[in-house]
Design a protein around this ligand. Structure first.
Ligand SMILES: Cc1cc2nc3c(=O)[nH]c(=O)nc-3n(C[C@H](O)[C@H](O)[C@H](O)COP(=O)(O)OP(=O)(O)OC[C@H]3O[C@@H](n4cnc5c(N)ncnc54)[C@H](O)[C@@H]3O)c2cc1C
Length: 374
């Protein structure tokens, strides 16, 4: 039986699992190293399995109200002509399938519920060390306090310090691509997220956008960036515009809004998919700490919330912690691996078009697999 849990990291996975555990009657404490508990300002694309998982935590309606439901995803030529479309399919009565959200809006939904439930969150704090005692884990924190728990959950993202302690050899690897993102006004009447397959402008990649609010959308360019370059901040808008040159349709118009280098979010893509199991004794990883993929399928947040729902469910059952962790892995590993390997493969295809298969087929197949209950 699980009575008391320590969560390291107050992001998507950490807050979702804290809410799930609280709903199961398990005492939970969260430590978050960012004293400001902030997230950056761009958007996040999520699908019906994310909405369903948040609904299972009792905050599906709140997330939908904070975001912008749209019709689905379309694939376009560089000129803006339709190649194929995958309409959104809802998994929850009364709630939509595909949704665009700003990261701050999602953070607000999660933090509001955590505060309403009275879950303790220590900000500006991390762990200093932990000792697995076999039937529990003793943790010392950077604020000088300590505690004993039945389980420690590492929800500390792609560069997880918890993972580094237990699997020091595991580290995110650069995939060869980076994402450029920027928020722009949404044209009236645009109700789809569109992906424009590569244009001949000297850069190798694709671009797209996703509605976030009735008046705002975010645009992205996923580009091969050999050597993982860094750019001076003042050049970011010009660099992003170069990568968006030559697109037509809505993308071509949207690119004109990229003017402020300080509002460009540039991020080299680094992935780390851990093998089964994601736990050792009384310490388990979930979310990006366990399986950070590239954003090609827009599934990172959904995988984090699904992990949280399943782990909380299994820990809430009358079974020993090790049985709960085994059951958790059995329900989560293949699903997260499918997202991770498919996302990385799509990126490989973008970098090596001569070896590419059909990205629409892969996107559709993974969506169908993820529509199945966890
Ligand atoms: C460029 C890009 C675009 C993406 N787009 C999408 C998208 O459109 N849709 C989608 O679903 N997903 C997307 N993702 C993935 C998504 O952001 C992640 O999968 C998701 O945020 C994972 O949640 P998490 O809680 O595991 O990690 P995070 O959200 O990274 O949260 C980790 C938290 O832990 C804290 N932390 C870190 N280290 C410590 C420590 N030592 N002690 C205490 N706290 C710590 C951090 O401050 C943070 O609050 C994208 C990712 C990238 C890189």
């Amino acid at each position: 039986m699980t009575k008391k849990v320590c969560v390291i990291g107050g992001g998507v996975a950490g807050l979702a699992v804290a809410i799930g555990l609280h709903r199961q009657g398990i005492a939970v404490e969260v430590v978050e190293k960012d004293a400001n508990w902030s997230v950056y300002h761009v958007g996040i694309i999520v699908q019906s399995n994310f909405v369903r998982a948040l609904d299972q935590l009792g905050i599906g309606k709140e997330a939908v109200a904070a975001g912008y439901p749209y019709n689905g995803v379309r694939f376009m030529t560089p000129a803006g002509d339709l190649i194929a479309q995958i309409p959104a399919e809802s998994q929850v009565d009364g709630l939509p399938g595909d949704l665009g959200l700003t990261r701050p809006a999602l953070h607000q939904v999660l933090t509001t519920r955590v505060k309403e439930l009275g879950i303790p969150v220590k900000l500006g704090v991390t762990f200093e060390s932990f000792t697995d005692t076999g039937d529990g884990v003793d943790v010392t924190f950077s604020d000088g306090t300590s505690g004993s728990y039945d389980l420690l959950i590492g929800c500390d993202g792609n560069y997880s310090a918890v993972r580094k302690v237990l699997w020091p050899e595991a580290a995110p690897q650069y995939t060869g691509q980076a994402v450029w993102r920027y928020n722009v006004p949404k044209p009236a009447g645009l109700e789809w997220s569109d992906i424009y397959l590569g244009v001949d402008n000297g850069f190798n990649g694709k671009s797209g956008y996703c509605p976030l609010t009735p008046t705002e959308m975010y645009i992205f360019a996923v580009i091969e960036e050999p050597g993982k370059p860094r750019f001076p901040t003042e050049t970011l808008a010009d660099e992003m515009k170069k990568r968006l040159a030559g697109y037509g349709g809505i993308m071509g118009e949207a690119a004109k809004h990229v003017t402020d280098p300080n509002l460009v979010v540039y991020r080299p893509l680094e992935a780390c998919i851990m093998p089964d199991p994601w736990y050792q004794s009384r310490v388990v990883l979930i979310g990006d700490a366990a399986h950070s993929a590239t954003p090609h399928l827009g599934q990172g947040a959904a995988m984090a919330v699904e992990d949280a729902v399943v782990l909380a469910e299994e820990l809430g059952k009358s079974q020993p912690v090790d049985m709960a962790l085994k059951a958790f892995m059995a329900r989560r590993f293949e699903r997260a691996k499918l997202v991770g390997t498919s996302s990385i493969m799509l990126g490989e295809w973008e970098m090596h078009p001569e070896q590419a298969g059909n990205p629409v087929e892969v996107t559709e197949r993974v969506r169908q697999a993820l529509a199945e209950p966890v």
